[in-house]
Design a protein around this ligand. Structure first.
Ligand SMILES: Cc1ncc(COP(=O)(O)O)c(C=O)c1O
Length: 374
């Protein structure tokens, strides 16, 4: 039954010590992409004050490799590994964009990259296709807003809209895979696990940047970390690097209208929830957890919470007050903490870390949300 009330589930399956160690991309790879730079960790004092915590840091992925979201980290590494494997090539001693370009050119193959997306992943795959001089077909759920579609076509990709939600888009993308069409999916299913595994590995570059800052003593060791979840690939990447660190709480956050992970955790097994998944947090509108992410997400989070669209708007406005422009999915981690601060016992002993996984990707909605006061 669908509930629009935010809820909190203490994870009966939490076993952080059993979470796998992160797979990481070759350190040469991401720096070989145009515009690579470490993204900032930004303080959000007003949000910290609202939560009543000592500090709140925001890992700001709103400008990552020229894209408004972190997703290019996973899409790029997965494209490298998948296309090299498709061409029958080894990973290579120094995996860089040029190595991949040369392999593609030498093969003479006329490949098309295919991805299904709520927006950000497909845009990132389209960017990779452009960098490699390949075509791309990107499949989006019905109802995807024009600005997100325009951003994908702006990368030179063909966009196909399915009559259905994210799961239908995934199925349509999977059906296109053949010798000439290489599917780069950020979620997995039986028989298709390598590429989404490399997506998770690619995200770990972001976590390595954070861990380096903690270990250098530049930022406090977080006591509470909130992570927004769609299919759980990003959440798996986070917990693979942070589960063994001292944080007292790793918190997984989902929209009330797309709570497939919390429901799967309650059932103790992967569960597909009924459609529609129609929260404004479009990147999180997923119906089924990714099987390659699932075990580490189930073991790696102490608490799962859900948030309403209004909680997300509230978090966006609060981040705006701190000078940070967040997209709906990007603000979801903070929304989870705001909605459940009491039950999570947040207090002045806490140093909090959240992830701005996306900047503004729907500018029309953003203006409306920001101009409405709390
Ligand atoms: C902005 C943003 N944040 C978070 C996520 C969640 O990532 P995952 O689907 O790996 O759980 C997504 C997924 O598309 C996203 O676009």
């Amino acid at each position: 039954m669908f509930m629009n009330t935010p809820r909190l589930t203490r994870n009966a399956h939490a076993a952080r010590a059993s979470v796998s160690k992160a797979g990481i991309p070759d350190p040469a790879f991401h720096p070989s992409l145009p515009g690579f730079a470490t993204t900032p960790l930004r303080p959000a004092p007003k949000a910290a004050q609202r939560l009543g915590v000592r500090s709140l840091l925001v890992k700001d992925e709103s400008q990552r490799l020229g894209m408004p979201s972190f997703k290019i980290l996973g899409a790029s590494w997965a494209t490298y590994r998948t296309v090299m494997a498709h061409l029958g090539q080894p990973v290579g001693a120094e995996p860089t964009l040029d190595t991949l370009r040369e392999a593609v050119a030498a093969s003479g193959s006329d490949l098309t990259l295919v991805a299904a997306t709520d927006g950000n992943h497909g845009r990132a795959v389209a960017r990779m296709a452009r960098l490699l001089h390949l075509s791309a077909i990107i499949i989006v759920p019905g109802g995807t807003v024009d600005s997100r579609i325009d951003a994908i076509t702006g990368e030179g990709a063909e966009v196909r809209i399915v009559n259905g939600g994210y799961d239908e888009a995934i199925a349509a993308g999977a059906a296109l895979g053949d010798d000439k069409h290489v599917v780069i999916s950020d979620t997995s299913w039986q028989g298709y696990t390598d590429t989404p595994g490399w997506v998770i590995d690619g995200y770990s570059t972001m976590l390595t940047e954070i861990v380096d800052e903690i270990e250098a003593g530049h930022i406090p060791e977080p006591t509470v970390v909130a992570v927004q979840m769609g299919v759980g690939a990003f959440a798996a990447s986070v917990t693979r690097q942070l589960a063994s660190r001292p944080a007292r709480l790793l918190v997984g956050v989902e929209p009330t209208r797309a709570d497939c992970i919390i429901r799967s955790a309650e059932a103790g097994r992967i569960t597909t929830i009924p459609e529609p998944q129609d929260s404004i947090m479009a990147g999180l509108n997923c119906g089924t957890p990714s099987i390659v992410a699932w075990e580490d997400v189930l073991a790696g989070y102490d608490v799962f919470v859900t948030v309403t669209d209004e909680d997300a708007r509230d978090a966006m406005r609060l981040l705006h007050d701190d000078g940070i422009d967040a997209g709906e999915s990007g603000a979801a981690g903070l929304a989870g903490l705001l909605a459940h601060a009491g039950s999570l016992s947040l207090g002045p002993q806490d140093d909090v870390l959240i992830f701005l996984t996306e900047g503004v990707t729907d500018p029309v909605a953003y203006r409306d949300i920001i101009s409405t006061s709390n």
